[in-house]
Design a protein around this ligand. Structure first.
Ligand code: AMP
Length: 118
């Protein structure tokens, strides 16, 4: 069983923000922003590339509810999913990072780094 499935089952503790029958939101263990949450489906889906339109349709209002609960709906936030190796996905269970609580920098690469990667 993957680490996020263990969190869903309660075998590994998490700092929960919100949950319903289908989805769970909890604090990221290594926050990269003042607010850094993870939103996952309870069912094991490996990555975004495997997501169905039905799942995306259902998870969207859940994410919006989380953002409201955390007071980020007006100030703004960033929603990220890392997909596969090049995307930097470390946990092979679909998750959306919801980051906020400050003005986030952008982009991930400086223009120089981008140039080198081309
Ligand atoms: P990713 O690189 O997109 O796969 O992100 C995985 C995220 O899961 C990282 O930001 C980790 O800090 C986070 N993470 C890993 N294990 C746990 C855990 N047990 N509880 C909370 N967050 C976790």
């Amino acid at each position: 069983m993957c680490i996020f499935c263990k969190i869903v089952e309660g075998e590994i503790p998490s700092n929960k923000i919100l949950e319903n029958d289908e989805f769970l939101c909890f604090h990221d263990a290594n926050p990269r922003a003042p607010i850094h949450l993870l939103i996952i489906p309870k069912v094991h889906v490996e990555k975004f590339q495997d997501v169905t339109p039905a799942l995306m349709s259902a998870i969207t209002p859940f994410i919006q509810e989380v953002s409201k609960k955390m007071g980020l709906d007006l100030s703004g936030y960033r929603l990220i999913t890392n997909n596969g190796d090049d995307g930097g996905q470390e946990v092979q269970h679909l998750h959306f990072h919801l980051l906020g609580g400050t003005k986030l920098s952008w982009p991930h690469f400086s223009p120089e780094e981008t140039h080198k990667a081309l």
